[in-house]
Design a protein around this ligand. Sequence first.
Ligand code: SF4
Ligand code: SF4
Length: 62
Amino acid sequence: MAEKKVKLDEEKCVGCGICVDTCEKGVLEMTDDVLKIAHLEKCDGCNSCVEACPNEALSVSE
Ligand code: SF4
Ligand code: SF4
């Protein structure tokens, strides 16, 4: 069974940074106002960032 991991839709992301503070595992990082999934291996698919994003740019899937 595949693990659930976060995915980013770069076209929907406006770089607000809300999700970065929401993720307690340090998966997400902001560099020059661009969001990066910097540490995907740490993502446990908890869905917190998905719920926090106002633009539906993040999703969790297998
Ligand atoms: S799903 Fe959870 S662990 Fe993964 S990036 Fe989002 S907040 Fe972090
Ligand atoms: S909360 Fe959504 S729009 Fe804001 S930086 Fe994160 S993914 Fe992008």
